[in-house]
Ligand binder design. Sequence first.
Ligand SMILES: CC(C)(COP(=O)(O)OP(=O)(O)OC[C@H]1O[C@@H](n2cnc3c(N)ncnc32)[C@H](O)[C@@H]1OP(=O)(O)O)[C@@H](O)C(=O)NCCC(=O)NCCS
Length: 166
Amino acid sequence: MRLERPSMKWKSEHIAYMKDWDEEKINPSSFRLIEDLSYEDYLIELKEKEAGQDNRVPNSNYFLVDGNDRIIGTVTIRHSLNDYLRKVDGHIGAGIRPSERRKGYATFLLSEALKITDQLGINSVLVTCNEDNIGSAAVIIKNGGVEDESFTEPHGNVVRRFWIER
Ligand SMILES: CC(C)(COP(=O)(O)OP(=O)(O)OC[C@H]1O[C@@H](n2cnc3c(N)ncnc32)[C@H](O)[C@@H]1OP(=O)(O)O)[C@@H](O)C(=O)NCCC(=O)NCCS
């Protein structure tokens, strides 16, 4: 298993990965493909987003790929926190394709993402999940997450917040 940066090489695999999510909203959103947008243009837009376009902080995106070059999951790593990220989304967002869940991949993916936050010099990594996301909370705790106060969004959604000290 390894992390790979999005590029033209992954076009057909990425489309297959999207299909696996079917009706479920793909998470993290940087990997959502839109029908009317070519893959080339998707990659250009992703690069702009990664550089910190529209209120975003600079961020990096990776596929988790297996030995058969199949995309198993995706991760977004935000290089710093703004007000919103500090309350809701944290430094790292990850997802595993529905057909490959409950096999330990998210636990591995988060541990790989933490190597990248180490390289970025982030000593306290914030990782969050919705209150009802038991799987995600388990993954964060397995990677050393220590729970801080939750945050309730204006529409009532409760976000659990964990710090991973490095
Ligand atoms: C949350 C998610 C990333 C977990 O991925 P995963 O690869 O299935 O997680 P893992 O296999 O590494 O599971 C780690 C632990 O969580 C537990 N777990 C995972 N999913 C679970 C679920 N739905 N319910 C209860 N426990 C769950 C596992 O049993 C495992 O604990 P174990 O050692 O006791 O077996 C995945 O379900 C997903 O992509 N969901 C949609 C996107 C999302 O919610 N992302 C996180 C947003 S912050």
